[in-house]
Design a protein around this ligand. Structure first.
Ligand code: ADP
Ligand code: ASP
Ligand code: MG
Length: 406
């Protein structure tokens, strides 16, 4: 008997009919003589709705209590899905993250899975149960419920596949795989048959929310192939794996965008050794992940230092950074939360000139102003006005001829 690990996202279990549809798909997998472990997300917009309730109660919620609340979304869907499977006459049991042995660090709302003890899952499989595990949650060393960051059920699934030594992890969602860009923004985007972990990770980190970045990292760590496919059709999907051919040279593989960007600038910073550390060490200590960093050339030993963070962290960043601005003798600290970013990604860009120039001219032809630029070996990212992001994605998709195919 092979072991299959599957994950169904929020839109795939948004109402009772969709839950029954997923139950039928799970039963069909079981009928092919597989052991089946399933991770499930909260129904539809449940997580957003719970966060909205939090905002109505307090502007400074305790992260521990937010996690206690958010984890209930996945508990609803796991129990309902299990009941739907049982109703079809199949043995099934639901397990919360704690019951499934998912141990995390203590970083509430963005915890990382440290280890999975799959004893209980194995015991249930031996009893012939289909096992439904609540995604997105675990338990910390301090025995508090944690959540893994938005979209984190993908990571639960891949980590379970790794610890159970499954051959593949199947991620079922509301699109037919990984596309050259978000198909909801670019209708002519193409589904990719396959993509490497490194390219998928860059796309995910830069905002392609079809996969949670940490899930891709865990997949690469355990060398587990990840199939992304639709829960509504039988299309073949996209396989994320390590053996993708490097044949496609000189080509952008995909475009990612992110509307969740805030920029912070420390203005009038004295340019002397230790200043960057004085700014970024306290941010790291507060567990704030800083994205693009740019330091201007200094004039008369005074410079400006700009960096980006996600909008949800902006308030916390300003609380940390304001006293530091004074301590280091900088003039002021200003922020802008109306930005977004767009990235082109592809291993085929490595050591090949011309991609940046083509990207910048495609954006300028649309009258889009670039505020910051960041690069890695296989990526170029431009920070631009949020209102221009969708236009930018479409313009770049055309400029790099991604609708044409390899
Ligand atoms: P789920 O609830 O199943 O986890 P998500 O909403 O998290 O689903 O992710 C699927 C969505 O990701 C799609 O509906 C699509 O709009 C978006 N998306 C962004 N970039 C891409 C891409 N490159 N390929 C496919 N989907 C993408
Ligand atoms: N329900 C969580 C979220 O909406 C986790 C997930 O869907 O993966 O972010
Ligand atoms: Mg998701």
């Amino acid at each position: 008997m092979a072991l299959v690990v599957q994950k169904y996202g929020g839109s795939s279990v948004a109402d009772a009919d969709k839950i029954k549809n997923v139950a039928r798909r799970i039963a069909a997998t079981r009928d092919k003589d597989n052991d089946v472990v399933v991770t499930v997300s909260a129904m539809g917009d449940t997580t957003d709705d719970l966060l909205e309730l939090v905002a109505q109660v307090t502007s400074h919620p305790s992260p521990r209590e937010v996690d206690a609340l958010l984890s209930t979304g996945e508990q609803q869907s796991m129990a309902l899905l299990t009941m739907a499977i049982q109703h079809m006459g199949y043995p099934a049991i639901s397990l919360t993250g704690v019951q499934a042995g998912i141990k995390t660090d203590t970083a509430h709302r963005r915890a990382r899975i440290l280890q999975i003890d799959p004893k209980r899952i194995r015991r249930e499989l031996e009893k012939d149960n289909i096992v439904i595990v609540a995604g997105f949650q675990g338990i910390s060393e301090g025995e508090d419920i944690t959540t893994l960051g938005r979209g984190g059920s993908d990571t639960t699934a891949v980590a379970l596949a790794g610890s159970l030594e499954a051959e593949v992890c199947q991620i079922y969602t509301d699109v037919e795989g990984v596309y050259t860009a978000d198909p909801r923004i670019v209708p002519e985007a193409r589904r990719l048959d396959e993509i490497g972990y490194d390219e998928m990770l860059e796309l995910a980190v830069q905002g392609a929310k079809v996969m949670h970045p940490r899930a891709v990292e865990v997949g690469e760590l355990f060398n587990i192939p990840i199939l992304v496919a639709s829960s509504f059709t039988d299309s073949p999907g996209t396989l994320i794996h390590g053996g993708v051919s490097m044949e496609v040279r000189n080509k952008v593989r995909g475009i990612a965008h992110d509307l969740d960007v805030a920029k912070v600038t420390v203005v009038g910073v004295p340019d002397r050794p230790g200043i960057a550390a004085a700014i970024f060490e306290p941010l790291a200590a507060a567990n704030i992940s800083v994205d693009t960093i740019v330091q201007n050339a200094s004039i008369d030993n005074i410079t400006d230092l700009t960096f980006t963070v996600s909008r949800g962290q902006l308030e916390e960043v300003m609380e940390v950074i304001k006293p530091i601005t004074q301590e280091i003798g900088a003039r002021e600290c200003v922020s802008d939360a109306t930005l977004g970013k767009v990235s082109i990604v592809g291993t085929g860009m490595q050591n090949m000139p011309g991609f940046a120039a083509r990207m910048f001219s495609a954006l300028s032809e649309k009258g889009i102003n670039i505020q910051l630029i960041a690069t890695s070996e296989i990526r170029i990212t431009c920070i631009i006005d949020e209102a221009k992001v969708k236009d930018a994605v479409r313009a770049l998709h055309r400029a790099f001829e991604l609708d044409v195919g390899d």
